[in-house]
Design a protein around this ligand. Structure first.
Ligand code: HEC
Ligand code: HEC
Length: 369
């Protein structure tokens, strides 16, 4: 077991300050790597409990009960409608793919594939990230090209290699063909006389905003020292001391900034240049949104390219490419144990398959072409 020596404490507080400097301004288009260091006094040892200096935990935050949005106010009816739409394969051209196909909410919001099969089995170039807690991120997608879950939810339905609907009109016709949906949309969106594509996205997003997964780490942050075992507490210290928190901090332990993948040593796969693909700005080459590490033990394969499905390997790759450090198995193990404490539980009623409205003869037929 590592001792908390004064030197370690000083190193810790320097890293804390560095991480704080990074998280202070989570601006979507400020794709910068903060190197600002601030020398604050070492945290007093009496803040230390259960082996971890609690003063070093200010860079994290326990999950809120939900991820409410003023712009898209939540009601139980809206969430229930979004839940149905999220599971409805009839929102895909061939009636064979729903949001849940690639982001299975009964399996931590992922499909376990390096890249996901969409319409006609076609695969895109990127790994499906989890939808759990996603509404907390500064933006959506690996490259941050959608500003929030409301905007994001419109993408996959019309994406030719995902759900492949030809246009918003077909989606609206499909929804309007089922009286149960018509009634539900009327109730949730009284200003619209029939289901609209935009309101579909709002309902799905309202559902996603309920997908929070409180974990043992949240209980620990709230003061329950026993919520993490000794190995996990050691791993938490190592996670901070190694420098992971420079990028992975805040309420989602990530999701708060963009960073270069391969900051210290180039990432082997340079095919996908991340934010550069969207902005065409040279400074954005290999810049990706720092992903949340919540539920990370359950959401492999890892990285935008699904480079590995082994979490220990992912940790070693991060230490090497982002921090220029080699971690051996003994150093990696506690960090993995800590990451396992980020596995949480989503609201049980929202991860079940809901009952869907019955099709009618007006419902467009599946189209495999
Ligand atoms: C065929 C698989 C597939 C389907 C179907 C699909 N997605 Fe995704 N989803 C992905 C992939 C791949 C990405 C990452 C793409 C990227 O970053 O460019 C993604 C990204 C996301 C994100 C961003 C998460 C983050 O951390 O940035 C959210 C939220 C999301 N999808 C929700 C949905 C919703 C809602 C639906 C249904 C309307 C849906 N997805 C349908 C594969 C899919
Ligand atoms: C300089 C910023 C930075 C540092 C430091 C950093 N990471 Fe990351 N991390 C990222 C970025 C950016 C990604 C997304 C990479 C991609 O696009 O595939 C990532 C991805 C990950 C992933 C995969 C997430 C997923 O959903 O697939 C894990 C696991 C991870 N980091 C753990 C760590 C650990 C553990 C450390 C410390 C040893 C660490 N990171 C240090 C920026 C950083």
């Amino acid at each position: 077991m590592m001792q908390t020596t004064p030197v370690r404490l000083m190193l810790l507080s320097a890293l804390v300050a560095l991480a704080a400097a990074c998280t202070e301004k989570p601006e979507a288009d400020k794709a910068t790597t903060s190197t600002k260091t601030d020398t604050k006094a070492a945290a007093p040892a009496d803040g230390k409990k259960g082996g971890v200096d609690r003063a070093s935990l200010g860079m994290f935050k326990a999950l809120p009960a939900d991820m409410a949005s003023e712009a898209n106010p939540s009601t139980p009816e809206k969430v229930a409608l979004g839940h149905q739409l999220y599971f409805d394969k009839r929102l895909s051209k061939n009636h064979d793919i729903s949001c849940n196909s690639c982001h299975n909410v009964a399996a931590f919001g992922v499909d376990g594939e390096p890249t996901s099969p969409g319409h006609k089995g076609q695969r895109g170039g990127r790994n499906s990230p989890t939808v759990m807690n996603a509404a907390l991120h500064i933006s959506q997608f690996w490259d941050g090209r959608a500003k929030d879950v409301e905007e994001q939810a419109k993408g996959p339905v019309l994406n030719p290699i995902e759900m492949a609907m030809p246009d918003a009109k077909r989606v609206e016709e499909t929804l309007a063909s089922m009286p149960e949906y018509v009634t539900a949309f009327k109730k949730v969106f009284p200003k619209a006389d029939k289901p609209t594509f935009d309101n579909m996205a709002l309902a799905i997003a309202a559902y996603e905003r309920k997908l929070v997964t409180p974990s043992p780490f949240d209980a620990y942050l709230k003061g329950d020292d026993k919520a993490l075992n000794a190995a996990q507490q050691q791993g938490l210290q190592d996670f901070i001391a190694t420098g992971c928190t420079t990028c992975h901090s805040g309420v989602a332990i990530g999701g708060g900034m963009y960073q270069k993948l391969g900051l210290v040593s180039p990432w082997p796969n340079q095919k996908d240049q991340g934010r550069f693909e969207v902005t065409k700005n040279d400074a954005d080459k290999m810049m990706f949104k720092v992903p949340s590490l919540r539920n990370i033990a359950k959401t492999g394969p890892y990285f935008h390219d699904g480079a590995t499905k082994d979490l220990g390997e992912a940790v070693k790759l991060m230490a090497k490419h982002q921090l220029g450090k080699e971690l051996d198995d003994a150093k990696t193990k506690p960090i993995v144990a800590f990451l396992e404490s980020l596995t949480g539980t989503a609201p049980a009623d929202l991860t079940k398959t809901p009952k869907l409205p019955a099709s009618t003869d007006k419902t467009p037929k599946p189209d495999p072409s």
